[in-house]
Design a protein around this ligand. Structure first.
Ligand code: DX5
Ligand code: ZN
Length: 227
């Protein structure tokens, strides 16, 4: 994969009363992807939004919609998220017994397939589905809420995931507690997509968001250049 770092702001930290404008503003501020955190109050202890909201946001940008499904089961809803306009659809390895089938279903819907691992889930959970993947999402916090602290032990896991990927065309995304301090740690370990919610959605204007996007990108890319 290229060494370019992609920033994927999570709109979980945006102002929900004006989500369309928030998506447009953060994209105008230089975001590469839009990260969409879908929570069901069952797989994770929080509820966010579903495909109808995502569909209503789709006209606000052409940028990649990176959908992180924290729902169980996921399979009955994959088609709805594909139709809503998601480009990447990521399911959790812990969310069901048939991960391989979920990934194949996502690809059959014409979308990029991702798998996410909770902090306690070992990489061995995905070593036999590497040919069915377009993205690995390493959770660096326990999923469910924004604004948590990056778990330091995840840096080693990112490094191991990078080596498992080898030269396959698979993105390595890290999600949770990404700040100007932790972004360089994650990218030096091999991450090429960084999700950030609370670190990016500070202030309200495009200019506010541009400052935080630029700061994170600079910190992340300098670490890649050094490593
Ligand atoms: C947590 C979500 C994250 C979260 C990140 O369950 O998957 O995407 O919004 O938020 P921050 O960047 O605030 O940790
Ligand atoms: Zn997420």
């Amino acid at each position: 994969m290229s060494t370019q770092v992609r920033l994927a702001p999570s709109i979980l930290a945006a102002d929900f009363s004006r989500l369309g404008e928030e998506v447009k503003n953060v994209c105008d501020a230089g975001a590469d992807w839009v990260h969409l955190d879908v929570m069901d109050g069952h797989f994770v202890p929080n509820i966010s939004f579903g495909p109808a909201v995502i569909q209503s946001l789709r006209p606000y940008t052409d940028k990649v919609f990176d959908c992180h499904l924290m729902i169980a089961p996921a399979d009955p809803y994959l088609e709805a998220f594909a139709k809503a306009g998601c480009d990447y659809i990521t399911v959790h390895a812990e969310a069901g017994p048939h991960l391989h089938r979920s990934l194949q279903t996502i690809r059959a819907l014409g979308k990029k397939a991702g798998v996410s691992l909770n902090p306690a889930t070992p990489l061995s959970a995905i070593e036999h589905v590497m040919d069915d993947l377009d993205l690995i999402l390493i959770m660096s916090v326990n999923p469910g809420f924004g604004g948590q602290k990056y778990i330091p032990a995840m840096t080693d896991k990112i490094r191991m995931a990078k080596s498992l990927i080898g030269d396959r065309p698979i993105h390595l995304e890290v999600d949770g507690g990404i700040t100007a301090e932790t972004a360089p740690i994650a990218t030096a370990a091999g991450a090429d997509v960084l999700v950030a919610g609370s670190a990016i959605f500070k202030g309200t204007s495009v200019d506010d968001y541009r400052k935080t996007v630029d700061t994170l990108r600079k910190a992340a890319e300098e670490a890649v250049a050094r490593s």
